[in-house]
Design a protein around this ligand. Sequence first.
Ligand code: ADP
Ligand code: MG
Length: 162
Amino acid sequence: MTNIIVTKNERETKRVAAMFARSIIKELIFGKKAAVVALSGDLGAGKTAFAQGFAKGLGVKEPVKSPTFVILKKYDISKHKTKTTRYSLLATRFRHFYHLDCYRLKNTQDARSLGLAEILKNPANLVLIEWPERIKNILSKKQTIAVNFSHINETARKISFN
Ligand code: ADP
Ligand code: MG
């Protein structure tokens, strides 16, 4: 089933992303590999904005910047243990949040040199990937939740969850 949401500005996209993060962590309590959220869509469609809201929803305190130039950024989520169920559930599984932007990766070899294969194996990792098409050879469908972004106009974006 596909759910489609239209957002009218960046703030709405961030809010949707934070809600999405909270809803998936409730369902991802167990897993043998990392959990991947794959964000597809054109430049400027709102993937990084979504990543920022998503991280906030997870309880990552550090501001999330676009990783385009660094490709990969790691955030600690192990210290966000609070009394609320949401974070204690999260703490049982995920230790690290990775934000990855594959736009500049040319091939799977580039991804391997980042140590990505290892990152994707670790069930304690929650990995959000922009431009996942670039590394589809090393992503398993089973571990991946896909989200697609498209422009409707200058300020409206369509976000589809599969
Ligand atoms: P991407 O990572 O997909 O290239 P960004 O999130 O970096 O896209 O940029 C999205 C741009 O579009 C930002 O400048 C943002 O302010 C703008 N924008 C306008 N409307 C929206 C919306 N509904 N959702 C997200 N971003 C929006
Ligand atoms: Mg981006």
